[in-house]
Write a protein that binds this ligand. Structure first.
Ligand SMILES: *[C@@H]1O[C@H](CO)[C@@H](O)[C@H](O)[C@H]1NC(C)=O
Ligand SMILES: *[C@@H]1O[C@H](CO)[C@@H](O)[C@H](O)[C@H]1NC(C)=O
Ligand SMILES: *[C@@H]1O[C@H](CO)[C@@H](O)[C@H](O)[C@H]1NC(C)=O
Ligand SMILES: *[C@@H]1O[C@H](CO)[C@@H](O)[C@H](O)[C@H]1NC(C)=O
Ligand SMILES: *[C@@H]1O[C@H](CO)[C@@H](O)[C@H](O)[C@H]1NC(C)=O
Ligand SMILES: *[C@@H]1O[C@H](CO)[C@@H](O)[C@H](O)[C@H]1NC(C)=O
Ligand SMILES: *[C@@H]1O[C@H](CO)[C@@H](O)[C@H](O)[C@H]1NC(C)=O
Ligand SMILES: *[C@@H]1O[C@H](CO)[C@@H](O)[C@H](O)[C@H]1NC(C)=O
Ligand SMILES: [Cu+2]
Length: 579
């Protein structure tokens, strides 16, 4: 295990209008394999600095971040700074084969970027293959002024929800690329959920309870800011603390108008973050479980074992059994839909006037599953095309150097090729496929991209489909935040649904949870040149092709154009295994 090297170097930047203070936050991320012992078994995992979760990046808004990644693992790796806007630093976005080739074993690469105009919680994770299961950590961004739009909390508490796998994840990934539709996948699943890397107290090893529990010690009367991130590969989670009110004040490093979560339960999709205030005002003679419960679609969708992790909120005088919270049902979709629907932002966002004005590009994107090779191999897709990563060179390098790719790219269509009843329940059952499903499921693979002119206002309506399953889709865009204008159940109808758009105070997010039987509408301003991945944050949907890329053009001036790549950008070496 290597020690984390953290240097905070004060630096003075001369800006046009005078001088401002900003710091450089510098870390070394040593990537290596460690053996974790959980549930009676040793599991080899690729981690950063010997830790799971990895080190938290703590910055003040306006800081510069420098992270030296030293790869001592046997795999090519990249690290994505999820939600960091990366203005003019697309090269540091870390999306494998989209913005860079992987950092080869025994080599290093330094990520350099600024964190500007965002406050709250984000997270970082590996963005190549399934390595993010064990390579992830929180990013905490504090306001430069020291003041929040709510009373300053007593303490920050990062809460990273994830899942713990005992399968060989590289094999799981390979299986995805050739997912045999009728194969046996019952063993493909995490062994448990985790809170801050700990599996809790619900699992036994040879009949002996494991006690590996995250404990938050609180002082009565104080307010705690729970900084939640969902790093799980595959599940949305409900999170609740027995006996405590949860007030939501931010998400995806944007402030929200504070609201009390109905039933004091919050819903967090993979990729999402939430800032939640919790006042330690419960009777201090008890301790209280915090529970993270994975959700899943009801049958006929295939069922997995319940995913559940517990931590404890402990008061100085706690004794006896901890109190348990009443959780929603794991099949409950309504609580999540309303939880997300209750988010509103602040009306003073500088991009809102542009978002209210003329929309240059409108996309209607269907999200679903399909098959290739005469119904035998399962894929996920957007507008009926399953995204295929390019080989040998990243999309951004191909663009920058004007080079051809081995695999040609094609323009992603603005609308799906066919109109059908996207949320028809007859399509869900893939164990016993209807004639309609057999007709609609054939899909194909391609590397799709869509060119967007600099400074365009873009609208994307995401429509989940019930093709072979009715799971929700947490859609994540790199390099930009978007305004979530509306969501609904059933099939989107522009004539009817644009009337429901919130153009007054929409929440600003980088990940939108698109409900399984419905749609969500977002808009953003394409003010950041680069090649930006747009994908579902369910690892398996992404791995199976539910993705595409927005290629945002350069602006008219050097200050609005993508600069050259850093000198140490990893070389694309075809001999390196990218999985
Ligand atoms: C990386 O370096 C180590 C130690 O020198 C060596 O054992 C290993 O084979 C190297 N790995 C690769 C892929 O070159
Ligand atoms: C663990 O053991 C306890 C006590 O024997 C039992 O009540 C519980 O159901 C077991 N849990 C699991 C996940 O096997
Ligand atoms: C949340 O609930 C508390 C206690 O009931 C109340 O004092 C507070 O005003 C509520 N906050 C919001 C934003 O509704
Ligand atoms: C907000 O939550 C409440 C209670 O769950 C729900 O009735 C309401 O429909 C939600 N609002 C939106 C816009 O989803
Ligand atoms: C596709 O699969 C069906 C059913 O297994 C089979 O009858 C048919 O011949 C196959 N078609 C092709 C072109 O391979
Ligand atoms: C498959 O579905 C059809 C109707 O859609 C039904 O008649 C048949 O019994 C189902 N078969 C099985 C094995 O469930
Ligand atoms: C997708 O395209 C294929 C081939 O063109 C077609 O057979 C299939 O019905 C389409 N499905 C959907 C959902 O658009
Ligand atoms: C972007 O577009 C808006 C609205 O059309 C315009 O006001 C603004 O000046 C443009 N910004 C740049 C940098 O081109
Ligand atoms: Cu998805």
């Amino acid at each position: 295990m290597a020690d984390m090297v953290v240097l905070v170097v004060a630096a003075l930047f001369l800006a046009m209008g005078g001088s401002i203070n900003a710091a450089v936050v510098e870390h070394t991320f040593l990537v290596s394999e460690v053996t974790l012992r959980h549930l009676c078994r040793d599991t080899v995992a690729t981690v950063v600095n010997g830790q799971l979760p990895g080190p938290a990046l703590e910055v003040t808004e306006g800081d510069s971040v420098v992270v030296h990644v030293v790869n001592q693992s046997p795999f090519g790796v990249t690290i994505h700074w999820h939600g960091v806007k990366q203005r003019l630093t697309c090269w540091a976005d870390g999306a494998g084969m989209v913005t860079q080739c992987p950092i080869a074993p025994n080599t290093t690469f330094t990520y350099r970027f600024d964190v500007v105009g965002q406050e709250g919680t984000l997270w970082w994770h590996a963005h190549i293959s399934t390595l993010r299961a064990t390579m992830h950590g929180a990013i905490i961004i504090r306001p430069k002024s020291g003041s929040y739009p709510f009373p300053k909390p007593h303490q920050d508490v990062p809460i990273v929800i994830a899942d713990f796998w005992q399968n060989d994840l590289r094999q799981v990934q390979k299986d995805l690329e050739l997912w045999i539709a009728d194969g046996d996948h019952s063993k493909d699943g995490p062994a448990s959920a985790t809170i801050n890397g700990k599996i809790g107290d619900l699992y036994n090893c040879s009949g002996v309870a494991q006690d590996d529990t995250f404990v938050l010690d609180v002082e009565p009367g104080k307010t705690y800011m729970l900084r939640l991130a969902n790093a799980a590969l595959s599940n949305e989670y409900y999170f609740k603390v027995a006996g405590h009110r949860l007030t939501v004040v931010g998400s995806d490093a944007n402030y929200l108008r504070p609201y009390n979560a109905t039933g004091d339960v919050v819903a967090i999709a993979p990729g999402e973050t939430l800032d939640v205030l919790m006042v330690a005002d419960a009777p201090p003679c008890h301790s209280y479980y915090m529970v993270a419960l994975g959700t899943q679609s009801p049958p006929p969708a295939p069922q997995t074992a319940t995913r559940l992790a517990r931590g404890i909120v402990r008061y100085p005088d706690s004794h006896g059994e901890a109190m348990e919270p009443q959780m929603p049902d794991q099949h409950d979709r309504t609580t999540s839909f309303h939880f997300h629907g209750n988010m509103t932002g602040y009306p003073n966002n500088p991009l809102l006037p542009q978002v209210r004005g003329h929309v240059h590009d409108k996309f209607f994107l269907t999200l679903g599953m399909g098959t290739i090779r005469n119904h035998t191999v399962h894929v996920a897709n957007i507008n009926n095309v399953s995204f295929h990563l390019p080989q040998g060179r990243s999309l951004l390098e191909a663009r920058y150097h004007g080079a051809e790719l081995v695999t040609a790219t094609e323009e992603m269509s603005a609308r799906p090729p066919l109109e059908f009843d996207y949320t028809d329940p007859v399509l869900i059952n893939f164990f016993n496929r209807s004639a309609k499903l057999l007709e609609l499921e054939p899909s194909r693979r391609a590397t799709t991209m869509r060119h967007i002119a600099y400074n365009s206002t873009v609208e994307v309506v995401f429509q989940s489909t019930t093709l072979m399953e009715d799971s929700p889709n947490p859609m994540h865009l790199h390099g930009h935040d978007f305004f979530v204008l509306a969501q609904g159940i059933g099939n989107y109808d522009a004539a009817r649904d644009t009337a429901s758009y919130n153009l007054v105070d929409p929440p600003v997010k980088n990940t939108v949870m698109v409900t399984g039987l419905g749609w969500a509408a977002v808009r953003f301003v394409a003010d950041n040149p680069g090649n930006w991945f747009l994908h579902c944050h369910y690892e398996f949907h992404m791995g199976m092709g539910m993705a595409t890329v927005f290629e945002v053009g350069n602006g008219p001036t050097p200050e609005t154009a993508l600069p050259p790549p850093p000198a140490d950008l990893p070389r694309c070496d075809r001999s390196i295994a990218y999985e």
